[in-house]
Every structure is written in structure tokens, then in C-alpha cells.
Design a protein around this ligand. Structure first.
Ligand code: NAD
Ligand code: IPM
Ligand code: MN
Length: 357
């Protein structure tokens, strides 16, 4: 196994920079604890500040620069001074789409020691993996705005290909099978979205027939949103289009204690030619940025997912155990979890636990 990993670090904007420091801190601690584990971190100051200075979110050859790395670790992008479609279409989305990282993996777990906003659930009782299609669907950039004044017209297309649908749904079933999960729920809105989502439903049934051991369920997105809150235990693996799984992943984060605990990974399981991309589900959180209030655990769990992707299972497990212990001790935690600690204090505590394991 390759034990030397080249990581491109893009802290980005807002709390992105604060949480990524803590993730890198944990990775550095792991490489001190595990002698033959080595990382090379190369930092890229891309994002909104870069945009204000250069008129672009990343250099023109940004993807060329990134493609030689083993993984990309990003905090978040988004700045109130710049329209969000400019920031996201200038950095985050071109990476996922340009490198064909079609799987978005967004697990949530109610850790012992964390209180769900839903009453009656204790640690371990909510455990859901949202699998998001990352390269097409509603994010395909098909359309445009034309005309002026009252003749202004916008068309926003959603692109669904059989190949794109088939590969993400197949991944969801394979993931369920390999990880001892029993059920896959597909989420669409095929009562109103008559073409792309009807095709999605059809392909879901076809793929499901190859996995008779996995229980299946097809739900409309509106009902799914209601039901995830009403009965989160009823969900195991959820697969959905780019937009629906994006929205659902904030909702599932919320039921396990918030965005501060929800990690994310984007990768291509069939082709490792390009680096995987790792960023927490949350954004740059301008409302709390620069104050040391952000919970770094989502970013630290994202680093854990990056370790899994890099084949560093032992390091990933150690980091996971350290996070679990920090949460169960309930001592050093940020304000979103009812604590008073700062972002870096949580990172330091997880490093302390790592050294004691
Ligand atoms: P957000 O995820 O940044 O914040 C939503 C709420 O959750 C805020 O109240 C915030 O304070 C809180 N929150 C988020 N992460 C937290 C953490 N780690 N600890 C504690 N609290 C946390 O969503 P938003 O406000 O809709 O978006 C802000 C900006 O981020 C926008 O520009 C948006 O486009 C961008 N965004 C970027 C990404 C990304 O880069 N991956 C993801 C989502 C949103
Ligand atoms: C996410 C974000 C992005 C997305 C936005 C900011 C474009 O919400 O990573 O969840 O929808 O992909
Ligand atoms: Mn999102």
C-alpha cells in the first residue's frame, strides 16, 4: 500500500479555513503516531479572496494543478460579497464535475453523547448514509437567461442520463452490500418531474433486481423529508439526484445534531485517475466565521473519510475513535453542541485523545 499521500488543501472561505486547520492538525498527529504514514500538504489560497484579486475562484489551469494529487481537502467556499453561483461554479462544482467524481457520500450518525433535536433517540440509533449523484441532474448547467425587462426568460434544464443514473444507483447497492446495510431508499419527484425522474425510478427498479438481498423503497422527496424527521430509524442508505440529495444531506445532518457533525466525500469508485475530493456538508457559515465558534468535527470526520479513500484504514479508525471519545466525554465541545469551547480547542482535544489511544 502507498503510505505517502499528497494532499491538496483548499481551506477556502469563512469557517472553511478554521475547520480545515483542525483536520490537518489531526492528520499531522496521526502521521507522528504512525511512523510510516506520511502526508505532503500543499496549500492553495483559492476562493473568494482570490476571486476579488484575480477575477477567478482558481487559476485557469486549476484542475491541471490538482489532478496530480491523491486527494483534495476543502473547507468551504462562499462569501456574501460575491454571488453564490459565481463562487460555486468557479471552484467546487468544476472539480466534482471535471474529475467525474460521481459519488457524493454523506453519512450521518447520532454519536453517543450528542443530543438529537428529535426526542427519544439515543446514541447509535440514527445511522443514515446519503448517496448523492454529483455530476449531472439539476446541476448540469443546461439553460440560460435571455431577453430584457418583461421579456426576461430563464430556462433551467436537468440532465439525466441512463449511464449517470445507473452508476450512482449501482454504487448505492454495492455500498449497502459491502457495509452490511439492509435497505436502499431512492428519492425522486417523478409525479411532477416526468422525464428525468421517471427514468431514474425505472433504472432504480432494474438495478435493485440485481440485489435481491437488499430491501428497497422509492419515495417522493417531499414525503421523504417529512418521514426522515418523523422516523429517522426507517432510513439506512438513501440515493438521490444532485439537488435532492444535497437538500436531504442538510436535513439528515440536522437530525443527528447539526451540520457541525456531517462529513462528505466525493470520488469515482470505478476510476481513480483523478483525486477524490473531501469537504464537509456545511458551507462557509458567514454568520459565525472568524469567531472560533465553528465545530471542526465535520471537517475532521471528512479527513477520516479521506483516510479511508487513501486505504489508510487503521488511521481512519483511530481518528474515528478519537472523535467518538471526544463526543462521549461531553467536555470539550463547541457552542452548537451546547459547549463553550473554541474550534481549535476541540481540534486539540481530539489530538490529545489520539495520542492516548
Ligand atoms: P452553511 O452551511 O454555511 O450554514 C448554515 C448554518 O449552519 C449557519 O447558521 C451556520 O452557522 C451553521 N453551521 C454550518 N457549519 C457549522 C459548523 N461547522 N459549526 C457550527 N455551525 C455551523 O450554509 P449557508 O449559510 O446557506 O451558506 C453559506 C455560504 O456557504 C454560501 O455562500 C453557500 O453558497 C456556501 N456553501 C458552500 C458549501 C461548500 O463549499 N461545500 C456548502 C454549502 C454552502
Ligand atoms: C454542498 C453545497 C453545494 C452543492 C453548493 C454550495 C453549490 O450545498 O456541497 O452541499 O449543492 O453542491
Ligand atoms: Mn449542500
Amino acid at each position: 500500500m502507498k503510505r505517502y499521500h499528497r494532499i491538496a488543501v483548499i481551506p477556502g472561505d469563512g469557517i472553511g479555513t478554521e475547520v480545515i486547520s483542525e483536520g490537518v492538525k489531526c492528520l499531522k498527529a496521526l502521521s507522528e503516531i504512525m511512523e510510516d504514514l506520511r502526508f505532503e500538504f500543499q496549500y492553495f489560497p483559492w476562493g473568494s479572496e482570490f476571486y476579488l484579486n484575480n477575477g477567478r475562484m482558481m487559476p485557469e489551469d486549476g484542475l491541471e494543478i490538482l489532478k496530480g494529487f491523491d486527494a483534495i481537502y476543502l473547507g468551504a467556499v462562499g462569501d456574501p460579497r460575491i454571488p453564490d453561483d459565481v463562487t460555486l461554479h468557479g471552484l467546487l462544482l468544476p472539480i466534482k464535475m471535471g474529475f467525474d467524481l460521481y459519488v457524493g457520500l454523506r453519512p450521518v450518525y447520532l454519536f453517543p453523547g450528542v443530543k438529537s433535536p428529535l426526542s427519544g433517540y439515543s446514541g447509535g440509533e440514527i445511522d443514515i448514509v446519503v448517496i448523492r449523484e454529483n455530476t449531472e441532474g439539476e446541476y448540469s448547467n443546461v439553460g440560460g437567461i435571455v431577453g430584457i425587462d418583461e421579456r426576461n426568460l430563464a430556462i433551467q434544464g436537468a440532465l439525466f442520463t441512463r449511464k449517470g443514473i445507473e452508476r450512482i444507483i449501482t454504487f448505492a447497492f454495492e455500498y449497502a452490500k459491502e457495509n452490511g446495510r439492509r435497505k436502499v431508499t431512492s428519492v425522486t419527484k417523478s409525479n411532477a418531474q416526468r422525464y428525468g425522474m421517471v427514468l431514474w425510478d425505472r433504472v432504480f427498479r432494474e438495478v435493485a433486481s440485481r440485489f435481491p438481498e437488499i430491501q428497497i423503497e422509492s419515495k417522493l422527496i417531499d414525503a421523504a423529508c417529512m418521514d426522515v424527521v418523523r422516523n429517522p430509524k426507517g432510513y439506512d442508505v438513501i440515493v438521490g439526484s444532485n439537488l435532492f440529495a444535497d437538500i436531504l444531506s442538510d436535513l439528515t445532518a440536522s437530525v443527528i445534531g447539526g451540520l457541525g457533525l456531517a462529513p462528505g466525500a466525493s470520488f469515482n469508485p470505478r476510476d481513480r485517475r483523478y483525486p477524490g475530493f473531501f469537504d464537509p456538508v456545511h458551507g462557509s457559515a458567514p454568520d459565525i466565521a472568524g469567531k472560533g465558534l465553528a465545530n471542526p468535527i465535520a471537517a475532521i470526520l471528512t479527513a477520516k473519510m479521506m483516510l479511508d479513500y487513501l486505504g489508510e484504514k487503521e488511521a481512519a479508525d483511530l481518528l474515528y475513535r478519537a472523535v467518538k471519545k471526544n463526543l462521549s466525554e461531553k467536555k470539550v465541545r463547541t457552542i452548537d453542541l451546547g459547549g463553550r469551547s473554541r474550534t481549535d480547542e476541540v481540534g486539540n482535544d481530539i489530538v490529545r485523545i489520539l495520542r492516548s489511544l
